[in-house]
Design a protein around this ligand. Structure first.
Ligand SMILES: Nc1ncnc2c1ncn2[C@@H]1O[C@H](COP(=O)(O)OP(=O)(O)OP(=O)(O)O)[C@@H](O)[C@H]1O
Ligand SMILES: O=C(O)c1ccc[n+]([C@@H]2O[C@H](COP(=O)([O-])O)[C@@H](O)[C@H]2O)c1
Length: 228
């Protein structure tokens, strides 16, 4: 059965955390994340983004994090709208989630509308909520190196750093700049060597690693510009 886009949009907004924990029984809707029954100790990467549109760079970053951090899952947190970005060109959430699901196409990558469901666009609130609701899960915040440039403007960014270990994924244009940003300098004393990346998920925050791998030059901005 094909669910109409407005209905899908409504479903994404209805998600409650019972569905995250797999207690809902009943129907499973696309976009929900269901935790396995014995989820304590699960290692989950949280990859927040606008995904406007999603691209293979998102998938490559997720696969790098899965492998190097030894994660069980990466959840794509499709944002209702980045609080620091202009929303004029932002496609509807349902559309971005459907595209993300199609692109992710990996048993360990789950596309979620959790932020819409809990009605926030602030990463600190999302992570605090998930940690409260999923005790025993080892969460890691994943973001591209470009995000360090504006990270000090995120709501409660210092509290976010103290709440969850962070994995920074190298990205063309940010390799050298990332660590000299205000947030990069604040994080520097908490850096784990890259060869200890597998320890990050269980590390006590503040802790972070900078992961280098094959870099993807893709960006949503470029894709939007290239559209007819
Ligand atoms: N090519 C890439 N390599 C590494 N990280 C990436 C890449 N593209 C996006 N990311 C990261 O993925 C997350 C979500 O990014 P987002 O959905 O904004 O895509 P984007 O390509 O950066 O979009 P835009 O060009 O509109 O800013 C961010 O943490 C971003 O840094
Ligand atoms: O919490 C904040 O204040 C905040 C400010 C800007 C961006 N973020 C998050 O950063 C993630 C990456 O955003 P984006 O638009 O670069 O894909 C996404 O999860 C956003 O919600 C969060």
């Amino acid at each position: 059965m094909r669910i109409s886009p407005p209905r899908l949009e409504a479903l994404y907004r209805q998600i409650d955390v019972a569905s995250l924990e797999g207690h809902r029984g009943g129907q499973e809707h696309p976009g929900l994340v269901r935790l396995p029954p014995h989820y304590k100790g699960l290692r989950v990467g949280l990859f927040g983004g606008s995904f406007n549109p999603p691209h293979k760079g998102h998938r490559a970053a997720s696969l790098l994090a899965l492998r190097r951090l030894r994660l069980d899952r990466v959840w794509w947190l499709v944002s209702p709208g980045n609080p620091l970005k202009d929303k004029t060109e932002l496609a509807p959430l349902g559309q971005r989630m459907a595209a993300a699901q199609k692109l992710a196409c990996h048993p360990r990558i789950k596309v979620t509308g959790v932020e819409a469901a809990i009605d926030t666009t602030y990463s600190f609130e999302t992570v605090a909520y998930l940690k409260r609701r999923c005790p025993g899960v080892h969460f890691v915040w994943i973001m591209g190196a470009d995000n360090l440039a504006g990270f000090h403007r995120w709501k409660r960014w210092r509290d976010l750093v103290a709440l969850v270990p962070i994995a920074i994924i190298d990205r063309p244009g940010s390799t050298l700049k990332a660590m000299s940003t205000r947030a990069g300098r604040m994080l520097a004393p908490y850096r784990l060597p890259e060869n200890a990346a597998a320890r990050l998920a269980a590390a006590k925050p503040p802790a972070f690693v900078f992961l280098h791998g094959p870099r993807s030059p893709l960006s949503s901005t470029a894709l939007r510009k290239s559209r007819p």
